[in-house]
Each structure stands twice: as structure tokens, then as C-alpha cells.
Design a protein around this ligand. Structure first.
Ligand code: SF4
Length: 325
């Protein structure tokens, strides 16, 4: 049965949308904080069950066959995080022996399905759960895009609705008997989605986070916040990738700098904060073209300096993950 999103999975029967500083209707403090005073939902939230979320053991069980779980984070939008997530998924699944899952948690701006060439697919629901969309035999993906009536549909949701969908993705998607790598693409910044996924995966063991940035100071400022968030949330940082650090000329295929790193870029930030620097990926206009067409850039353009850089980063990441087990 095909599934289109018509109704939020869990809406708590609230009588109005949560206000801006809502602690979350499912939180311990629901109905009790200053934000709750005067909120029309206060009575409902106070009466909702509190305590450990009973779905966390179900999530842990559903993800128990997944060997490595990696979050992809960025401090700000526009640094190519989803693009890099997609490149990573293509590269890891290039080995037919390796099973890869790719989960798009950018609920308001899902772009991964188009980059993987499957944006018009719909997910299917069966007794074993939601079947993800398969891009290849060994590459499965899940995104809210597969539940929307069409490409242009906007998702205008606040905290609890997003949290409920994330829970559904983690608890009910049937990833099969074995996945080697689950790559989780998150929205930019440190928002509800990040806190929620960290909470739901607390017993599932995340290998860590990969942080994507560009070399400019304005992007690195936000990366510092992202790193601080990871440290406070207890998320291991697997490394930092500096994207768009140079430009590959479409004519001669030589590389030149376009975004000058005024403060030393990602490499010196990693040195300062003692996190691994995985490498720099130059901007090749053909990456955008490959993403628009939903094809693997590294397969299509093996001669690009960007391909060399991406493969090197993926190799380092794979080694880090394997060494950690
Ligand atoms: S009463 Fe409920 S909806 Fe309103 S702010 Fe508190 S937790 Fe959020």
C-alpha cells in the first residue's frame, strides 16, 4: 500500500499549535514551564504520561541490525551538507557487499530524494513496517518527501509533529536484516530535530557526527556552536569536512580558491578544537549537475579533483568507523 502524508502520526490532541518556547508536550516539564502559563494546551499536556519514553526500547530494537550510525551535521545552511551526505551514500554503496541506509531528517527541506534520483517514489507500508525506497539493491533511503502528495508540498510543522515523525522513521522503517552504515542527514543548526534524535538514539549507540562546513569565518562560527552542541549532548565527533574550499574549472579542470579562509579554515579550527580534519572538497559545478540528475558524481566524473577528495574522506571515515568496533 502506498503511503502519502495526510495526517501527523501523533498530534497529542492539542487544541492549538505549541508556542515558540514550548518544552515539548512529551517532555517531563510539559504543562509546567513559564511558556505553559496561559497556553490553551496546558491541561492536556499536564495529563499526558511522563517518564521514560516507552518507544525508546522499540527504536533500539528496530535499529539493532545496523552496524554504524552516523549523523551529518552543519552549523548553517548552504554549505553542502545534504550534497555531501548523498555523495557519502553513493560512495559507501559502490561496494555491492556493503548495505547502506540514508535517512533524511530535514523535514522542512527534504532534498536527498532528488539527489538520489528517487524523489517521485512513495514508501510502502506493510506488516513489517514502512519499507524504505531502494535506489539500488544495497542503498535504501527514507525521507518525508516520499510521503508528500507532490514535490512542491510544504511541510509547516512545529516541534511535536516533527518529533513524532522522527520517531516513526526510527521505530517503524524496516531496514531489513542488516545495514552496514545508516547515514542520517539532519537540518542545519542545533534544533528540535537534533535534540530529538539524540534522545531517541540514546540506547542505540551513534558512532558519531560528521560536520560539514565551508572555509569562511561566518560558517566556522556556527560550526563552533555545532561542536559545542555535540560535546554537551555527548555525541562523538568523527571529523570535519570542508566543502567548497576551491573551484574546479569546467574547462581545464584545474583547481583555484574562491572562498578564502580568512582565519585558517576548517583545518586550523580542527587543530584548535582537537577534532579530526577529514579533508577539503573543491566545488566542481558538475557536482550540482549530478545531484540535480540524481546520479553518482564520483562514478560519472572520476577524473575530477573533487572525486579524489571525496573518496579520500570516505576512506578515512570508513577506517575510523571500523576501528571503533
Ligand atoms: S502547555 Fe503544552 S503545548 Fe503549551 S507550552 Fe506547555 S508543553 Fe507546550
Amino acid at each position: 500500500m502506498s503511503s502519502k502524508l495526510e495526517k501527523n502520526p501523533t498530534d497529542y490532541n492539542l487544541v492549538e499549535p505549541e508556542p515558540e518556547h514550548c518544552p515539548g508536550p512529551e517532555s517531563e516539564n510539559a504543562g509546567k514551564t513559564d511558556s505553559c502559563t496561559g497556553c490553551a494546551n496546558q491541561q492536556i499536556c499536564e495529563s499526558l504520561p511522563k517518564g521514560p519514553d516507552p518507544d525508546i526500547p522499540l527504536i533500539t530494537d528496530n535499529l539493532s541490525q545496523i552496524k554504524h550510525k552516523v549523523l551529518v551535521l552543519s552549523g548553517k545552511g548552504g554549505v553542502g551538507k545534504s550534497t555531501f551526505t548523498t555523495l557519502l551514500a553513493w560512495c559507501l554503496s559502490a561496494d555491492e557487499e556493503v548495505e547502506v541506509g540514508c535517512m533524511d531528517l530535514d523535514i522542512c527541506g527534504p532534498s536527498m530524494p532528488r539527489m538520489l534520483g528517487c524523489h517521485q517514489e512513495l514508501v510502502h507500508q506493510s506488516n513489517s513496517g514502512i519499507t524504505p525506497v531502494y535506489v539500488a539493491d544495497n542503498l535504501a533511503t527514507m525521507s518525508i518527501q516520499y510521503m508528500l502528495p507532490d514535490d512542491d508540498s510544504a511541510v509547516i510543522w512545529r516541534g511535536s509533529k516533527k518529533n513524532a515523525l522522527i520517531k516513526t522513521f526510527l521505530k517503524d522503517v524496516d531496514w531489513g536484516d542488516h545495514i552496514d552504515y545508516l547515514i542520517i542527514d539532519t537540518p542545519p543548526g542545533t534544533s528540535d530535530e537534533h535534540i530529538t534524535i539524540n534522545k531517541y538514539l540514546k540506547d542505540s549507540v551513534i558512532d558519531g557526527a560528521l560536520i560539514v562546513t565551508t572555509p569562511q569565518e561566518v560558517a566556522l562560527l556556527d560550526v563552533r556552536k555545532e561542536i559545542d552542541f555535540c560535546r554537551k549532548a555527548g555525541i562523538n565527533i568523527l571529523g570535519l569536512v570542508e566543502n567548497m574550499s576551491g573551484f574546479v574549472c569546467p574547462g581545464c579542470h584545474n583547481e583555484s580558491k574562491i572562498f578564502r579562509a580568512t582565519t585558517g579554515g576548517g583545518k586550523s579550527l580542527c587543530k584548535e578544537l582537537n577534532i579530526p580534519f577529514l579533508g577539503s572538497v573543491p566545488l566542481d559545478p558538475r557536482i550540482g549537475k549530478a545531484c540535480d540528475n540524481g546520479i553518482s558524481f564520483v562514478d560519472e566524473y572520476p577524473d575530477s579533483p573533487a572525486t579524489d577528495a571525496i573518496l579520500d574522506i570516505v576512506e578515512q571515515l570508513r577506517d575510523t568507523l571500523e576501528d571503533s568496533k
